[in-house]
Design a binder for this molecule. Sequence first.
Ligand code: FES
Length: 272
Amino acid sequence: TGTEPDLDPAGGVRGATRAAIAAPHLRTDRWWLSPALTAAGLLAFVVYSTWRAFANADYYAAPYVSPFYSPCLAENCVPMKGGPNWEILGGWWGLSPALLILIFPLGFRLTCYYYRKAYYRGFWASPPACAVAEPHRKYSGETRFPLILQNVHRYFFYAAVPVAGILTYDTVLAFRDEHYAWGHMGLGTVVMVVNIGLIWAYTLSCHSCRHIVGGKLKHFSKHPVRYRLWQWVGKLNDRHMQLAWVSLLSVAGADFYVYLVASGAIEDLRFF
Ligand code: FES
């Protein structure tokens, strides 16, 4: 009839084996809003965190340390008494010490199941939304290089746990004052407590964590402790997307608070 859509022998949603629907999609709602907001949010975080990671300044305001700079593994860190100054890499490192440590939380988030969905949709339109055809002619999913490397996510989870442990240690130290005496509490302490709570909630809600805790069991009845833990992790896992966003905001917020205090723009609000 001359009105059939082109069928692409190479595959994709125009492939010969797919339903021959000419319309790019049949959705009438604002399906583009969610991927657009996602892309904008992620881009804002990338710009902010890149600036702060390379700044190499204003990341410590006793007793608070920015989560972007902890632990500090190079000699060029500012001294943080009793804090996470572990200069195990010596003095050869001349760049910002944040670059040494951010690879772990960054890798954890980049390979996260939720963030993968978010940036595949937001940046690559692959697919842009449910029931909206993607523009690419071929789709190999995560079966080939480089996306097959997303499978390392579980190992980034193993790295994220000790990093969260170190940030917990930093948060405990935030209960000291600038003279390192215990019993202090300021707005910075609250910011750090909220931040570490959200970081743990996000980390433990990870799909890999859920599998590590409760996977590969034939009978939950024979493993009551793991079953209980799996149920708890499952409840967090239900909220993984929300936790991914609020923990991202809180980590940037905690860093920004430390930046404001360290740069002298504001003074820490002290409760006692
Ligand atoms: Fe998101 Fe593991 S799946 S952090």
